[in-house]
Design a protein around this ligand. Structure first.
Ligand SMILES: [Zn+2]
Length: 325
């Protein structure tokens, strides 16, 4: 059956078939080798084990873009301002004049509520968007006074929060992707291997045009300076990431891994580091996206570009096909 150009427009067939997963890891920098760095001598940690001034071993043809998290503002980069920057493309520390730790203040919330990547994509007609993480009943029953940058972005865009029932149905993952912390908190769910969790997250990515996933145990381990937890947890996280990649169609999907500041790569101090963070891109447009990323403020524009550029390319292809028939 021939589909006329007007029908394509009317039915939405011309929307892009490309997908993006933004895999956010809190507190992961590019460090130096030495006993302070838990990646030093750690096997099975690709693609996370990246060292200053060394070629990186990145499976699935990933491309590394070392990324500045300091954003031209003095002091150590912090979570609230760094995450706001990643999720909006706005240099948030520059706007508020400082790096802001913990949870966003009103000024950062205003930036998120006006400029989040979710809203920017929606405004460009990309509606199939999800935050893959799971929220527990406790969050809704006793809402915390301070909310994370991601939670604020989800709310402001009117996205649905995934709950434990979604996780059980294979439609969500917990920030602790093995579910062990969920089980410890009293939820009746199955433990997931990193491979199974990767399969689930890849399935979520296949069903949406844009998916965000957030992992923050790395930052907690960094603040606790817990070397043993780092040596146990980092290979598990690396397995999870490789399993996601294994299960994605990288011809139409881009995966972008990034972080808000360094921390776990230097356990000699409890503070965040000044190190660049690794942004790694895989799959569709990986090289072009990596070439656009120098600071945390470049992530959102690169994602909006790749999803809308692909839509334009697809639209042009469809138009030319329609014109030929
Ligand atoms: Zn952080």
């Amino acid at each position: 059956m021939t589909i006329a150009r007007e029908d394509c427009l009317a039915t939405g067939i011309m929307t892009s078939d490309s997908r993006v997963l933004l895999f956010f890891i809190d507190g992961l920098g590019i460090g130096t080798r030495g006993p302070h760095n838990p990646f030093n001598g750690l096997s099975d940690a690709a693609p996370l084990a990246i060292f200053h001034n060394e070629p990186a071993e990145i499976p699935f043809a990933g491309i590394l873009a070392p990324t500045d998290a300091c954003l031209g503002i003095e002091g150590r980069p912090q979570s609230a301002s760094g995450q706001t920057t990643i999720l909006t493309g706005v240099n948030a520390p520059k706007i508020i004049g400082a790096h802001k730790q913990g949870f966003p203040n009103q000024a950062l919330l205003d930036i998120i509520r006006e400029r989040s990547i979710f809203l920017q994509l929606k405004n460009k007609g990309i509606e199939s968007i999800t935050f893959a993480n799971t929220y527990t009943k406790r969050f809704f029953e006793r809402r915390p006074r301070w909310i994370s940058a991601t939670t604020a972005a989800v709310e402001a865009a009117g996205l649905r929060f995934n709950v434990v029932e979604d996780l059980k149905a294979g439609r969500a993952v917990y920030h602790d992707f093995t579910n062990e912390m969920l089980i410890e908190s009293g939820e009746i769910v199955d433990v997931r291997t990193p491979e199974l969790a990767g399969d689930v997250l890849a399935g979520i990515v296949r069903s949406h045009q844009f998916t965000l996933y957030e992992y923050f145990i790395t930052d907690k381990i960094g603040h606790a300076q817990d070397y043993d937890a780092a040596r146990r947890g980092l290979p598990m996280l690396a397995r999870f990431i490789r399993a996601v990649l294994q299960n994605l169609d990288l011809t139409n999907t881009t995966m972008i891994l990034t972080s808000d500041h360094g921390n776990i790569e230097d356990l000699s101090a409890r503070n965040h580091t000044l190190n660049p963070v690794p942004t790694i891109t895989w799959g569709r447009n990986a090289e072009a996206i990596a070439s656009r990323i120098e600071t945390l403020a470049d992530i959102t524009p690169a994602i909006v570009w790749t999803l809308t550029a692909n839509a334009t390319a697809r639209s042009q292809r469809t138009t030319s096909t329609s014109n030929e028939v």
